[in-house]
Design a protein around this ligand. Structure first.
Ligand code: G3P
Ligand code: CA
Length: 283
């Protein structure tokens, strides 16, 4: 993973970048800082294409994000399927709980039209398909959703990675994360070579030193809701030897704020808000 720890070094010139539509990026954020940041396309580039589909992951590659984030649930017959909710109701033309539907039934569903008719017929991908298609092209951040509904899901994820030799360090950029920290402990015990992230929802109480000490026993990253982030929290996470990838950025101001804090990555629906690749646009 790229680290931003030294990005505030003396002598880095600040630049102002013109963004599409004439908006200007924050002058306090240097181009170098943007380049060193890991931009994670949340559910793919889900601001521009239907979340958790190949169309959204393709868009993230086109936009030169460094990673895609995806959500995993498990079908009735044990297939690891890429979908955010525990039901198919919101993002497809079907209905019902993922755990009650076979993969064959889910495969027939249209997971694109809810976003725009242009994407009609986009299927729900499997984890295997995503790994096969995107390994080597872009990093993959796998979120295990609702693991308590799916006993054994950690082993299944580990098997998919191992079968593709994706569990080896420095092979491809892979990370597994969850709000369920026990699930992450389990995953870490099965496949310790794959980095783990702990997700945290917003809490007024913040994150205690005790929590950070516990996380570092099995996790490489602490990924809180973006509104929890400040300079002190970034420093405390870094001091414990972990990285931080806050979520979910949907405006340029939040992206600039997090860049200035020195976080290691930003999880965003709009990869261009984090790094607009001005040199490419000028070409
Ligand atoms: O990657 C973190 C973020 O995806 C967590 O929230 O609901 O979008 O999965 P959610
Ligand atoms: Ca997610």
């Amino acid at each position: 993973m790229k680290r931003l720890l030294l990005s505030c070094a003396m002598g880095v010139m600040s630049v102002t970048m013109l963004l599409p539509g004439g908006a200007q990026a924050n002058e306090g954020v240097t181009e170098k800082e943007r380049k060193q940041m890991t931009t994670v396309a949340h559910r793919g580039a889900s601001g521009y294409a239907p979340e958790n589909t190949m169309a959204a992951f393709d868009k993230a590659v086109d936009m030169k994000a460094e990673m895609i984030e995806l959500d995993l649930q498990m079908s009735e017959d044990g297939e690891l399927v890429v979908i955010h909710d525990t039901t198919v109701d919101r993002t497809t033309d079907g209905s019902g709980a993922v755990e009650d539907l076979t993969y064959e039934a889910m495969r027939e569903l249209d997971a694109g039209s809810f976003f725009d008719e242009e994407f009609a017929g986009e299927p729900i991908p499997t984890l295997g398909e995503v790994l096969d298609e995107y390994r080597g092209k872009i990093g993959i951040l796998i979120e295990i959703k609702s693991p308590s509904l799916y006993p054994g899901i950690e082993q299944k994820v580990a098997d998919e990675l191992t079968a593709r030799n994706l569990h080896r360090p420095n092979n491809d950029k892979i990370m597994v994360q969850s709000f369920d920290h026990d699930s992450m402990k389990t995953f870490h015990s099965i496949l310790p070579s794959v980095p783990v992230g702990v997700l945290l929802s917003y809490s007024d109480d913040g994150i205690s030193d005790e929590q950070l000490s516990e996380f570092k026993e099995y996790a490489e990253a602490v990924n809180p809701a973006k509104d929890m982030m400040d300079e002190e929290l970034v420093e405390r996470i870094h001091n414990e030897g972990m990285e931080t990838y806050p979520w979910t950025v949907r405006d340029r101001e939040s992206a600039d704020y997090l860049l200035e804090l020195g976080v290691d990555g930003i999880i965003t629906d709009y990869p261009d808000y984090v790094d607009p690749h001005p040199a490419d646009e000028a070409a």
